[in-house]
Design a protein around this ligand. Structure first.
Ligand SMILES: *[C@@H]1O[C@H](CO)[C@@H](O)[C@H](O)[C@H]1NC(C)=O
Ligand SMILES: *[C@@H]1O[C@H](CO)[C@@H](O)[C@H](O)[C@H]1NC(C)=O
Length: 373
């Protein structure tokens, strides 16, 4: 009896120790996040909500926060779920004046591109790019923040070594610029190499700062989003039979993601002491469309939860977008993968975040990738 109790105490102790080790393996000191409206936690609204900005009005924010935060969703974003799962507070937007950034910062801002504005201006696209802070601008913001979060360059490198860096996605807005100017798709494809190189340069700048764990997300299957489905009318054979998505737009996303993964392989070889994880937005989003019921969502053609009737079945109307007069949210956003026809619902972001953390939507998954000292 006695022995049994001792034994069970031992087993318990082992379990506790194993649990602690597992917790330690998961623990990052901080997360630094870069990106566009998919992960903007409110950088555009720190000085108050601009009147033109529908994304900072209810029903944005209705699900988790109960009020608009500047996040382009009904609730939390992928980076919010990742922070919570890793035991860290939600990352404050980097421009917030009274926040503390010792557990990280979210530099993402709506409209961001991988390439700097001058690239688009040189191509005669100055009018269609609304760039509030490109990837390289966001990295400058991190460099400017350093005196606030560490007291010496060595201390910063130490913090960054124990931190997770999430770099993206970037590219969506780079391609929107020529797409919404109705440039031919062949011309848009010519941007891919430059976009991916710019992301690669950003990754190397962060590595030079001391980053050793980086997550690099690809782009989404844009041909499935109501905004594109409403703007680009195609011949019937241009749509996926099962998905209803525009095939050649999804091909553009696919080509970007292949090029990005090739770049990651190249950077892994060059920087063998860092871990660069590829994170997939594309596959889970396609699954939401094709197998909605498996994800607890309604099976239907791509359709925005929040919007107003427009062309087709998409519940997307450019003159009455979510947050604008005439638009309403569906009763249960967790039934829908698409929130406003441009961004995803909190439910979708939660599924994606768990897929990045534990598999199968990241290569390799974030958790278990590394034992932190
Ligand atoms: C920051 O300060 C403003 C104005 O003083 C306040 O309204 C806001 O709640 C504060 N935010 C946080 C996160 O403390
Ligand atoms: C889009 O919304 C506007 C009002 O904002 C409305 O006048 C128009 O009819 C709508 N378009 C369609 C196709 O329903």
């Amino acid at each position: 009896m006695m022995m049994r109790r001792q034994l069970s105490v031992c087993v318990l102790l082992l379990l506790v120790l194993a649990g602690q080790q597992q917790a330690a393996a998961k623990k990052y000191a901080a997360i630094f996040n870069f990106g566009d409206s998919l992960v903007d936690a409110g950088n555009l609204v720190v000085d108050g909500i601009p009147e033109y900005l529908a994304t900072a009005k209810l029903p944005y924010g209705m699900t988790y926060f109960g009020y608009p935060t500047g996040r382009c969703s009904d609730g939390r974003l992928v980076v919010d779920f990742i922070a919570q799962e890793l035991g860290l507070p939600l990352l404050p937007p980097s421009k917030a004046r009274n926040a503390t950034f010792h557990h990280g910062a979210n530099f993402a801002i709506t409209g961001a591109t991988a390439l700097d504005t001058s690239y688009f201006v040189a191509k005669g696209l100055g009018k269609t790019v609304w760039n509030s802070g490109s990837l390289h601008t966001q990295i400058k913001w991190l460099q400017e923040m350093k005196p606030k979060i560490c007291s010496s360059p060595e201390e910063c490198r130490g913090l960054f070594r124990r931190s997770l860096f999430i770099v993206g996605e970037f590219g969506g807005n780079d391609y929107n610029s020529p797409l919404f100017a109705f440039r031919p798709l062949e011309e848009v494809h010519e941007f891919v190499g430059d976009v991916v190189n710019s992301i690669g340069e950003g990754i190397e700048k962060l590595i030079a700062e001391g980053a050793v764990d980086l997550v690099v997300p690809g782009v989404l299957p844009i041909g499935c989003f109501p905004v594109y489905l409403s703007i680009f009318r195609k011949q019937p054979e241009m749509y996926g039979g099962k998905s209803g998505c525009i095939k050649d737009l999804n091909t553009l996303s696919w080509v970007h993601n292949v090029a990005l993964q090739r770049k990651i392989v190249e950077l892994r070889k060059k920087h063998s002491d860092v871990r660069i994880m590829y994170a997939d937005y594309y596959t889970p989003t396609i699954q939401f469309v094709l197998h909605a019921e498996k994800w607890g969502m309604l099976r239907q053609k791509p359709r925005a939860c929040c919007g107003a009737p427009g062309i087709g079945v998409y519940n997307f109307n450019l003159t009455s977008k979510c947050g604008e007069p005439g638009a309403y949210a569906c009763d249960d956003p967790s039934n829908h993968w698409s929130w406003d026809g441009i961004h995803l619902t909190e439910a979708s972001y939660g599924h994606i975040a768990r897929g990045w953390l534990y598999g199968p939507f990241a290569d390799p998954p974030i958790v278990g990738n590394r034992n932190l000292e």
